[in-house]
Design a protein around this ligand. Structure first.
Ligand code: GDP
Ligand code: GDP
Length: 453
């Protein structure tokens, strides 16, 4: 229909100028007809962006990119996603839960003329538990007469209601200021680290870790070096690779070359684990002159499960000839499939070959680890993907993906809201396409599903 087309056009316009960095997310919740769509339209400044729900038409695009006084944010209208017959109170409760999980700020909209209904109180009780800021909006305050009705919404126990008229614009500037004031200093999960990044150099015994460390740090340069504002643990080293400073964590063991009479492997595993956890990016050394061993696989799995960025470095590259190189390529395809997304570099700690190439690889992996897709961009992507490749129908049922959000970074974590459980293959398909279309080079990614009851 014409209206649906208008809706699509509005969305495309949003998508092209979608902010790609970290933008805060605002969720709008409330009962039907309180004026949520009108408010979202008002904030977007475009009448066309949201189309009124029509019976039988599911509003499937619900996240929009907005801007106010130079601050960009995403606005999510949760009202459109749950129009089914589970009952009003339940539907609102579900909206509130989703809003709390996905947004940085929750806006609860009420119709001041109607006053507090049972389902509004239910939503308020849920939102009271939220650690996120909640703003109560008393809508349809078109004139001074209704200010008293607006004040009655104090009873929800969520602070001072903001009286607005979404239709006429009254008070909407104040509301936007309140929203902007509530944004976290840094949107969820976007801690920008200052100073040198923390990396771990790990790998099975004799793979060349201490040789590589020596190449980077020379004669214990690390101990005497001092970069302003950086604290380096006694067990860590400050090293320079490619003209940049890095903190190599837990290098005391590599320097001392501690030998244990028994339980060596057990202690090595513990040591590796603590190094991985102390680091942002792990560089796993493999011995290019020997086949990949089970222990190498275990170490790679450790990094993936710890959710750290990963770079694979083939050391002892000086030892391999053309024959070995040929077999190595086959081996990589076969044995390193689980980490095919990790940047790979070939180095030699002994000759110094290509060791500086580690720095760009680590930078790339850290960028993938911190990558964030805006809610608007992600939802445009997921709705196109599931439309082109719907979930297979099983015994008459076909779960739909309603909405997606990136819940965090370091590593990137995604939540899909669906109408039912997804088959593992379908989930893997979505994960694979996420990587194909957005990259996340050098980082594990996590996708979880929340199915609506
Ligand atoms: P939603 O279901 O919560 O998204 O509500 P809508 O945005 O579709 O609005 C429901 C009805 O309330 C529509 O007829 C709007 O025109 C009307 N409405 C929305 N905001 C206001 C307002 O501030 N004042 C008045 N008088 N009507 C409003
Ligand atoms: P670690 O146990 O992982 O710390 O390994 P080491 O750094 O102690 O190295 C083990 C052995 O491998 C030593 O004899 C090193 O000289 C040798 N080695 C390390 N890196 C290389 C390399 O790139 N090429 C060659 N040919 N030998 C290496």
């Amino acid at each position: 229909t014409e209206e649906l087309m208008t809706k699509d056009t509005g969305w495309e316009a949003d998508a092209t100028d979608a902010p790609s960095g970290n933008v805060p997310v605002v969720a709008v919740v409330g009962r039907p007809n309180v004026g949520k769509s009108t408010l979202v339209n008002r904030i977007l400044g475009r009448r066309q962006a949201v189309v009124q729900d029509q019976p039988g038409v599911t509003r499937d695009r619900i996240a929009y990119d907005a801007e106010w006084v130079g601050q960009r944010f995403s606005i999510v209208d949760t009202g459109g996603w749950d129009p089914d017959a589970t009952g009003m109170a339940k539907a609102i409760a579900a909206q509130a839960e989703i809003a709390m999980q996905t947004a940085d700020v929750v806006v609860l909209v009420l119709d001041a003329n109607v006053g507090v209904q049972e389902s509004d109180s239910a939503a308020a009780r849920i939102l009271q538990r939220s650690k996120k800021p909640v703003i109560v909006v008393a809508n349809k305050v078109d004139g001074d007469r209704q200010e008293a009705e607006a004040a009655a919404l104090w009873s929800l126990g969520l602070g001072e209601p903001v009286a607005i008229s979404a239709l006429h614009g009254r008070g909407s500037g104040d509301l936007l200021d309140r929203i902007l004031d509530s944004f976290p200093e840094e949107p969820t999960g976007s801690l920008t680290s200052v100073g040198p990044r923390r990396i771990a150099l790990i790998g099975k015994p004799n793979v060349g870790k201490s040789s590589l460390l020596n190449r980077f740090s020379g004669e214990d340069r690390a101990v005497v070096d001092n970069v302003a504002g950086t604290t380096v643990d006694p067990v860590d080293s400050l090293v320079e690779i490619d003209g940049e400073n890095w903190i190599l964590v837990d290098t005391a063991g590599l320097r001392k070359k501690a030998k244990f009479a028994s339980g060596t492997e057990y202690y090595a595993t513990l040591r590796t684990q603590s190094a991985v956890e102390a680091a942002e990016c792990a560089v796993v050394l493999l011995d290019a002159s020997n086949p990949i061993a089970e222990q190498d696989q275990r170490i790679l799995t450790q990094v993936v499960e710890s959710g750290r960025a990963l770079v694979v470095a083939y050391n002892k590259w000086d030892l391999i000839d053309d024959d070995r190189r040929y077999f190595l390529e086959k081996e990589i395809d076969r044995e390193l499939a689980q980490v095919a997304w990790a940047p790979r570099v070939n180095v030699s700690a002994v000759t110094g070959r290509s060791v500086t190439k580690l720095a760009p690889a680590i930078r790339e992996a850290l960028a993938g680890w911190e990558q964030r897709i805006s809610t608007g961009e992600l939802n445009q992507w997921i709705s196109a993907l599931v439309q082109a490749h719907p979930h297979p129908v099983r015994s008459g049922k076909q779960p739909r993906v309603l909405f997606a959000t990136q819940a965090g970074t370091k590593p990137p974590r995604f939540v899909l809201f669906t109408t039912g459980d997804l088959e593992p293959q379908y989930l893997r398909f979505i994960k694979r396409r996420l990587r194909e279309d957005f990259g996340f080079t050098g980082s594990p990614i996590e996708v979880t599903v929340k199915a609506r009851e």
